[in-house]
Design a protein around this ligand. Structure first.
Ligand SMILES: [Zn+2]
Length: 259
C-alpha cells in the first residue's frame, strides 16, 4: 500500500471509529407518542412541585367525566401491571423498546394482562385515584433509559404549567380507525367542538364521504326537520358535525364510540 493510499485508508478508518464512538451517546429516536386518552377528548394538564420526574397530570376539560375514562397506550409496546398502594396506586408501564417507557399511574382498573403487547391507542386501563392521589387523573410520564423526559406528543414538547386550565391537549390517539358515513345537505359546518359557539374549522360543500372516529352529546341542533344533540368527530376534517347531517336514520350512530 502506497503512503497516500495508506493515509486515505487511515482517514476512513478513523471516521468509522469516530462514528462508532458517537453512537452510544445519541438518544434513540422516541416513538411518536400520542395522548394517553381517547381520540377527540380534550384534557388539561399540570406539573406540581412535589411531582416525580417530568410527569404531567391530566384531567378532562371537555365536560366529560375523568373518573373511569379509558387510558390508552401512547405508543405500541409491552405492558406490565404494578401496584404501589402508598404511591402510584395501580399502574402500568409500557416498554416501547430502544430504552423508552411510558408510565400511567392511579388507574381505577387494568384493561390488559401483565406482559400483553398493546397497540398504540389500545385501552390499557381506566382513569382513577388509587394510591397517593387527591382525585381522579392520569399521571403520565415518558422515560428514556429510566430518566424522565420532557413529554412530547406527536413530536411536540408540552408545556409544564403549575395548575390546570392553562394548557390543553386534544387527543388524536386511535383516530386512525373510524366508521365510514356519507353526509348530506350543503354548506354543512364542521366545528372545533360539539357546540354551536365553537369555531367553524371547515364547511362541507355537498354530500361528502367522511370517517367518524367518535361521537358525543353537545348542543341540541334543530335543522332540516330534525332535532339532535349528538355530534360526530370527523377524522379528516378535524372537527365535529351535527349527526343531523350524517346520512343515517339513528340520532346516535351505531358502532361508533363515545368521545
Ligand atoms: Zn402526578
Amino acid at each position: 500500500m502506497s503512503l497516500k493510499r495508506f493515509l486515505s485508508f487511515l482517514a476512513v478508518a478513523l471516521m468509522a471509529a469516530a462514528s462508532l464512538v458517537a453512537l452510544p451517546s445519541q438518544a434513540q429516536a422516541a416513538p411518536n407518542f400520542k395522548a394517553p386518552f381517547a381520540c377527540g377528548q380534550r384534557w388539561t394538564y399540570s406539573h406540581h412541585s412535589a411531582e416525580v420526574r417530568r410527569a404531567l397530570d391530566f384531567v378532562r376539560a371537555d365536560g366529560g367525566v375523568t373518573n373511569g375514562a379509558p387510558v390508552l397506550a401512547s405508543a405500541a409496546g409491552t405492558a406490565t401491571r404494578y401496584s404501589q398502594p402508598s404511591g402510584a396506586g395501580n399502574y402500568i408501564v409500557i416498554d416501547h423498546g430502544g430504552g423508552w417507557r411510558t408510565y400511567y399511574f392511579h388507574l381505577a382498573s387494568y384493561s390488559v394482562p401483565s406482559g400483553a403487547w398493546v397497540a398504540q391507542g389500545q385501552q390499557i386501563g381506566t382513569t382513577g385515584s388509587t394510591g397517593n392521589s387527591s382525585g381522579p387523573h392520569i399521571h403520565y410520564e415518558q422515560l428514556y433509559n429510566g430518566v424522565g423526559q420532557n413529554i412530547r406528543i406527536n413530536g411536540v414538547a408540552l408545556s409544564y404549567p403549575s395548575s390546570y386550565n392553562q394548557a390543553y391537549l386534544t387527543s388524536d390517539n386511535g383516530c386512525a380507525g373510524g366508521s365510514s358515513f356519507m353526509t348530506w345537505g350543503s354548506g354543512v359546518r364542521v366545528r372545533a367542538d360539539a357546540y354551536l359557539s365553537s369555531p367553524v374549522v371547515t364547511t362541507l360543500a355537498g354530500p361528502t364521504a367522511v370517517t367518524v372516529v367518535c361521537q358525543k352529546q353537545g348542543d341540541t341542533v334543530s335543522a332540516e326537520g330534525y332535532t339532535n344533540n349528538w355530534w360526530s368527530r370527523l377524522r379528516d376534517q378535524g372537527g365535529y358535525v351535527s349527526n343531523i347531517y350524517i346520512d343515517h336514520p339513528s340520532a346516535q350512530l351505531p358502532g361508533v364510540p363515545i368521545c
